[in-house]
Design a protein around this ligand. Structure first.
Ligand SMILES: C[S@@+](CC[C@H](N)C(=O)[O-])C[C@H]1O[C@@H](n2cnc3c(N)ncnc32)[C@H](O)[C@@H]1O
Length: 263
């Protein structure tokens, strides 16, 4: 049976070609994260202050794109999916890319002064260990700037599926208290905030297809995904209609935590 990491790689690699077209929300979150970083921490000498920097789970390079607007700023892009990195390099031919797992980073202790990570941490099955690894490669006083999904993400989908058989079908995202407690064990918390983004779709089927194209698996990858039949899917789509907002479509929430922490 394929293990969790292999499924993750396969999911994101097959999403890579559609990603840039479909990932409006991810682009917005990356933009908001970089804005937050500049508003909160940056001084005039920031290029020197933050060299070298890393983007963990870079995908096709939304963070790099935002930072490119700052002349001279470079960073290393790391992703577990070769497919995602290939798309990044098609756009940014000079970019440094490393295909590796965030849980086993091929770097020395204290190597980076700044680490970004936008919408990757939610796919970690051992978040405390992933944070330990980030802490290990971060220099003393270095910053970790991240976004990740919170528990109200995909809530309409979670509720609609739950009505079918009262079993969880949608990924459980970490709650704020647990996340903060993990962070505070290893870092000094500089900033933490949350924001809910809502996207609208013509119907639930379109919402699920959109997630699939992004590699956002709403089912747990590490659980045997017991697929339900066409009848169940039809009922999910019907249940989802209760959320419809006239003239807009059916909504789907993405609850995002933003954080800046210091080693
Ligand atoms: C939702 S995408 C976000 C990509 C990019 N940061 C953005 O904002 O568009 C999540 C990315 O994290 C990567 N990823 C997931 N788990 C990873 C891991 N353990 N190590 C490295 N990359 C990982 C995926 O391959 C995917 O490219």
């Amino acid at each position: 049976m394929m293990n969790y990491k292999n499924k993750l790689i396969r999911t994101f690699s097959s999403a890579a070609s559609d990603y840039d077209q479909e990932a409006e929300l991810q682009r917005q979150v990356a933009t908001d994260l970089v804005d937050l970083f500049f508003k909160t921490t940056v001084t005039d000498s920031f290029r020197d202050d933050f060299y070298p920097s890393l983007d963990l789970g870079s995908g096709t390079g939304f963070i790099l794109k935002q930072l490119k607007k700052q002349i001279g700023f470079t960073l290393i892009n790391l992703d577990i999916s070769f497919g995602m990195l290939k798309h990044l390099q098609n756009q940014f031919t000079q970019a440094s890319c490393i295909c590796a797992d965030a849980d086993k980073l091929p770097f020395k202790e204290g190597q980076f002064k700044l680490i970004f990570s936008s919408l990757m941490l939610q796919w970690s099955t051992k978040l405390e260990e992933t944070l330990d690894e980030i802490n290990r490669i971060l220099a003393q006083s270095g910053l970790f700037v991240f976004s990740t999904l919170g528990p109200h993400s995909l809530s309409q989908l979670r509720q609609s599926w739950f009505l079918i058989d009262q079993r969880p079908h949608v990924h459980d995202f970490i709650d704020k208290e647990t996340l903060i407690s993990f962070l505070e064990k290893k870092f000094q918390l500089i900033l933490f905030l949350e924001k809910t983004y809502t996207l609208y779709y013509p119907d639930a089927m379109q919402a699920m297809l959109h997630l699939k194209k992004l590699g956002v698996t709403y089912r747990k990858l590490d659980q045997g995904t017991k697929l339900l039949g066409k009848q169940a899917l039809k009922r999910v789509i019907e249940h989802y209609e209760q959320f419809r907002i006239e003239d807009k479509g059916v909504p789907l929430h993405y609850h995002v935590f933003f954080g800046i922490v210091k080693k």
